[in-house]
Design a protein around this ligand. Structure first.
Ligand code: MN
Length: 151
């Protein structure tokens, strides 16, 4: 686990985002941050192994089982980021407004290299969700799929 990529992309004198460090606590929380950057997207983050495992979802995360969303893996974020909302200034990485769209606890049901299944207990996202990394995607190696599973 490393926050090297996260730290490299940001100037902490200029952005209000937390510098953060690897954490030893793991409270099994998740957050979805609505990020009005160049393109609106939703950052889905799972507290896992001392960091926030992160994906950027270009469209609204699905509340029903009928929709599969592209989820692009992004750099691990520090746990402190789970509470971040506010304005990333113009000219900085990810410039734009960040709002908390949903948050809650989750249970990890399964985790393999290319498959994570969680039970989300958010206000908007509730139930069994999968993150699956397909073998090949036209969106490249960072492309995953995020969807609600039928139970
Ligand atoms: Mn983002």
């Amino acid at each position: 686990m490393s926050l090297e990529k996260y730290h490299k992309k940001r100037k902490f004198g200029k952005t209000p985002e937390p510098k953060g460090k690897i954490s030893k606590k793991d409270l099994n929380r998740f957050v979805v941050q609505e990020h009005h950057a160049r393109n609106l997207h939703y950052d889905f983050r799972l507290e896992m192994e001392g960091v926030l495992k992160s994906w950027a979802i270009p469209k609204t995360p699905p509340k029903s089982t009928s929709v599969k969303r592209l989820a692009m893996a992004t750099e691990d974020h520090p746990i402190e980021y789970i509470n971040f909302k506010g304005e990333i200034p113009k000219g900085q990485y990810g410039a734009g407004t960040v709002k908390i769209w949903d948050r809650g606890k989750y249970s990890l049901l399964e985790k393999k290299g290319n498959e994570i299944i969680v039970d989300l207990k958010g206000k908007k996202l509730k139930g069994k969700y999968a993150l699956i990394k397909p073998k090949g995607s036209r969106f490249g190696k960072k492309a995953w799929l995020f969807f609600k599973m039928k139970t």
